[in-house]
Design a protein around this ligand. Structure first.
Ligand SMILES: NC(=O)C1=CN([C@@H]2O[C@H](COP(=O)(O)OP(=O)(O)OC[C@H]3O[C@@H](n4cnc5c(N)ncnc54)[C@H](OP(=O)(O)O)[C@@H]3O)[C@@H](O)[C@H]2O)C=CC1
Ligand SMILES: O=C(O)C1=NCCCC1
Length: 378
């Protein structure tokens, strides 16, 4: 690769190659890589008596270096943030699923840094702009030279939605059996129909068998527009990715109404006050919540009484120590650990995936996108 001239991949190029199998595989790789080896107990092998637990690297497993993200407040306004999100992901594999990978299963390492702004008032501009705008720097992991600058706004939305998909697969479906995500029909509620909510709604229907999709948005017209768009798109694509039966899509007048019959809830707003409460949820719990919104805190949009009843899982325990201070419930574990060890929740559990977003997800997806774009050029 020419080290003197980093390549620029614009948003259009990135969009051309994004697809769910590719992104889901890359995000799953990032979620697993972040899991630290456990201290040696029982049958865990030890290097030598009294030695430290083996590192993931020395075991040939994937691993991550991902410092806490740095947040800069712009114009003295806490709703205008610039975040820098560096990550190194070592020794991970992508199989070639969805064209991002390498069928030979060669282990890869990625060094990247996302620079992202969150300006929530952008939606009020004329014309409106996305609240989240991102670019990703991809470096040569051996020499440290900058190889590519990639538009990262779509990658941010896709990898965040994908983390919710992966969490739903392992924290919700797998409690019912090994292939439950292909067999079971679910009711999905989406609370917040901004950029995240829109893609969560479409992706849940494209990746799982959704019987009913309920939508709530503070400004109702956006939920109505999303419902209409999804109905049109699904009718048009019905042969390809959606199941044998198209979901029944309903717009609701309150968040409580939207989640009342939901098995899986995706909530992605800037709300500081809770939009959903324990009394809104189905009595027979067996419910999974993807809590995505990050206003001033990550967990404002879901009420304390839901957290107190839930098993809360995170993408990264280390980041949670910095970013989830004051979370009203203990953290049960990392999604990656559940993927690796198969320790799924009980069928009746109420689970929350508290999504913070990881730089390593951006790194793995950006690497997969670059691989796919390079293979298009061949
Ligand atoms: N976990 C992660 O990895 C990531 C999390 N995020 C977070 O996801 C959330 C949504 O982002 P995105 O979709 O890009 O943002 P958008 O600006 O596109 O959408 C914001 C949504 O939040 C709703 N909303 C804002 N304030 C309130 C409120 N007080 N009460 C109810 N609804 C409200 C808006 O409703 P209305 O249409 O009425 O204005 C809209 O539906 C943000 O908190 C963002 O920080 C984003 C990226 C990654
Ligand atoms: O992970 C990200 O990227 C973001 N998370 C919170 C809000 C800004 C972007």
């Amino acid at each position: 690769m020419n080290t003197l001239a980093p390549v620029f991949y614009n948003a259009e190029s990135v969009r051309r190659v994004l697809n769910w199998p590719m992104v889901n595989e890359a995000v799953e790789a990032a979620l697993k890589a972040v899991v630290k080896p456990k201290a040696p107990v029982g049958d865990e092998p030890m290097d030598a008596i009294g030695s430290e637990p083996q590192s993931n690297e020395s075991r040939g497993r994937s691993y991550v270096s991902q410092p806490a993200r740095n947040v800069t407040v712009a114009s003295n306004d806490p709703s205008k943030l610039l975040l820098t999100m560096p990550a190194f992901v070592g020794n991970y594999q992508l199989t070639g699923n969805g064209a991002g990978g390498d069928a030979s299963n060669v282990a890869r390492s990625t060094l990247a840094c996302k620079v992202v702004t969150s300006f929530r008032s952008n939606r009020l501009l004329q014309p409106p702009l996305p609240s989240i705008n991102a670019n990703i720097l991809l470096f040569n992991a051996h020499t440290g030279e900058l190889e590519a600058l990639m538009a990262g706004t779509d990658i941010t939305t896709w990898r965040t939605v994908s983390a919710s998909l992966v969490a739903t697969k392992y924290l919700y479906f797998r409690r019912f059996g090994p292939r439950a995500e292909q067999q079971l029909g679910i009711n999905v509620a989406v609370v917040g129909c901004g950029a995240q909510g829109q893609l969560h709604a479409a992706a849940m229907c494209a990746n799982f068998r959704v019987d009913k999709l309920t939508l709530y948005n503070r400004t109702q017209i956006r939920a109505v527009q999303l419902a209409n768009e999804l109905r049109q798109r699904m009718a048009h694509d019905s042969d390809s990715c959606y199941g044998p039966k198209l979901p029944d899509i309903q717009v609701c007048g309150s968040a409580g109404e939207a989640v009342a019959e939901a098995d899986v809830i995706c909530i992605a707003t800037y709300a500081k006050e809770p939009l959903i409460r324990a009394s809104d949820l189905r009595e027979k719990r067996s419910v999974h919540i993807n809590a995505v919104g990050a206003g001033e805190v990550h967990f404002g949009e879901v009420s304390d009484d839901i957290y107190q009843e839930s098993l809360v899982y995170v993408d990264c325990m280390e980041n949670a120590r910095h970013e989830l201070v004051g979370l009203p419930a203990p953290i049960a574990g990392e999604v990656g650990d559940v993927i690796i060890n198969g320790n799924y929740p009980d069928e009746q559990a109420l689970t929350i995936f508290q999504s913070m977003g990881m730089a390593s997800e951006d790194a793995c997806v950006a690497e997969a996108v670059q691989t796919a774009l390079l293979s298009c050029d061949k």
